[in-house]
Design a protein around this ligand. Structure first.
Ligand code: SF4
Length: 209
């Protein structure tokens, strides 16, 4: 069975576990780890989406004691498996109500599904980290190589939708992945604040999340 739930450094008693729902993504970011390596801390991240909710639950339960936080992340855009994500969130809420749930997302979900995903997940997730990645649309396209139109605008709209749904929302940028691209961190932070979100600059780390 491939990796659906993993921890950093492969520890079996982490505070946070990560859920790798899919390898599909509507971006092809130039810093994406999956372009460089097949594993995060030894956990092979590639799979074909051919798994069940029970498979996720079995892997989740292999971590003891129960982790404090679950983060949907991995080698793809988690909202692309939105129904599976919803089912696992419901399972966690019903069986582990103290576990915090966060989604790391590229922010394309509302544009892809043409519906307000933030409202759909209200109450099922606690927090989102949305990859803003740039203050400017052209630069975003160069860094993220998105497969959807007007992607940077869609990301900003998604951040606002999450804020409006009462989800703890953080806009993020990744820096330090090369010396070519200059990211205006101050402007990114201003955008995040103007949308009502928190802001985080994530330094690129080669070992994974
Ligand atoms: S959005 Fe995330 S998974 Fe998708 S290409 Fe970018 S870094 Fe990789």
């Amino acid at each position: 069975m491939y990796t659906l739930v993993y921890s950093i450094n492969n520890t079996k008693s982490p505070e946070t576990v990560y859920v790798n729902l899919t390898n599909s993504c509507t971006n092809k970011c130039i810093f994406c780890l999956r372009e460089q390596k097949d594993d995060v801390c030894g956990a092979d991240m590639w799979h074909d989406d051919n798994y069940t909710l029970e498979d996720i639950i079995t892997q989740f339960k292999s971590f003891m004691p129960t982790p404090k936080e679950v983060v949907f992340c991995g080698y793809g855009e988690p909202f692309l498996r939105r129904e599976m994500m919803k089912e696992f969130c419901k399972y966690l809420r019903a069986n582990y109500p103290d576990v915090k749930i966060r989604v790391n997302t590229n922010g394309h979900a509302n544009a892809i599904f043409k519906t307000n995903i933030a409202e759909e997940f209200k109450g099922l997730i606690d927090a989102v980290s949305v990859s803003l990645n740039s203050s400017d649309s052209d630069e975003y396209d160069k860094i993220c190589l998105p497969k959807i139109k007007n992607a940077h605008d869609e990301v900003k709209k998604f951040i606002k939708a999450c804020v409006d749904s009462g989800i703890d929302t953080t806009a993020t940028v990744v820096t330090g992945f090369d010396k070519i691209h200059h990211i205006d961190i101050q402007k990114c932070e201003e955008i995040a604040k103007s949308l009502g979100a928190k802001f985080r600059n994530r330094e690129f780390i080669t070992s994974g999340y």
